[in-house]
Design a binder for this molecule. Sequence first.
Ligand SMILES: Cc1ncc(COP(=O)(O)O)c(C=O)c1O
Length: 379
Amino acid sequence: MDFTTLCIHGNNEKYDETGAVSVPIFQTATFARPAVGQSTGYDYSRLQNPTREHLEKTVAQLENGIEAMAFSTGMAAIAALMELFSPGDHIIASDDLYGGTHRLFFGISAKNGIIFDLVNTSDISQIANFIKPKTKAIFVETPTNPMMQVTDIAAVSRLAKQHNLLLIVDNTLLTPYYQQPLRLGADIVIHSGTKYLGGHNDTLAGFLIASDLKLIERLRYIYKTTGACLSPFDSWLLIRGIKTLAVRMDKQQQNASILAAWLCKQNKVKAVHYIGLASHPGYEISKRQATGFGSMISFELDSEFTATRVLERVSLIQFAESLGGVETLITYPMLQTHADVPFAEREAKGINSRLLRLSVGLECVDDLIADIEKALLED
Ligand SMILES: Cc1ncc(COP(=O)(O)O)c(C=O)c1O
């Protein structure tokens, strides 16, 4: 079945007798047992819920996994994932991570004895140099948020397999519509479902997807024990959002490529990071491992003054955190998503006072350009 059909019909199971086309929201905490020692297959909504199960089966199919687990947020998914590791375990991760993941690693997981090294994972030799006897996993975001660094997933997977390491890929920015890391050799895929999968800036969600049965068993145990599951209503919002994933992403990408090309021509714009630009260092790898470039752009202005003026002057585009929704959002990574990353680390990556990030939405691209053009004008 084609991806776009899967998005709409999911696993196509029917959960009631009425013929309801939209999956019902099973808004219940618990389920009555038919008799002692018997179960309907549903006992308690932290463990199983039919609405969430429909979503999980759909996401597992979209990512080519065997099982998906739906969490209350992307961070809840990553926090649960960290429970796979024990004190002394070492993880090599991308050095341009989403700020919340960075905070989790160094503010919480490190306290629990997990050791991290951050490297530029787009350079395989850097990863290889950091592998130690205690290394257990490689954690990659590709493209990264906000600098759009691209990692060759298949090449990292070969290295991970040689050393018996788990390869974990945060696939939030491209989604399975454009990139399927499990097919490229990853072991676990992460999503902030809050972003493109939900797609409407109206709810939070997270996912872990895997295809190894032993790994799934362990993750499911952590999932039901730690309990950050997605509610039935939010599961339904995600099911609804995913129905239009393919069309949204195609149109958002079309808008983003026009906007990126336009930004490149503006005097006050000094650099544009969009993986769909042929000049982007990750362009060739992206063409090989993904079927699209997505709609995230970061760009650097000539001064902090111009950057803050753009943020304060845009009116159609909203100055807000998050990404992947139908509304175009502009973010100041230095003060928002990456505020907790140490200053020197941020600066070294280019996350400075001149850098803005755009999540390009579904509006008419001419209106988006007009909004930024007006914000860039001199007084
Ligand atoms: C790449 C990436 N991963 C994970 C997260 C965390 O997801 P959430 O905000 O749903 O907890 C985000 C949030 O912005 C993100 O951009």
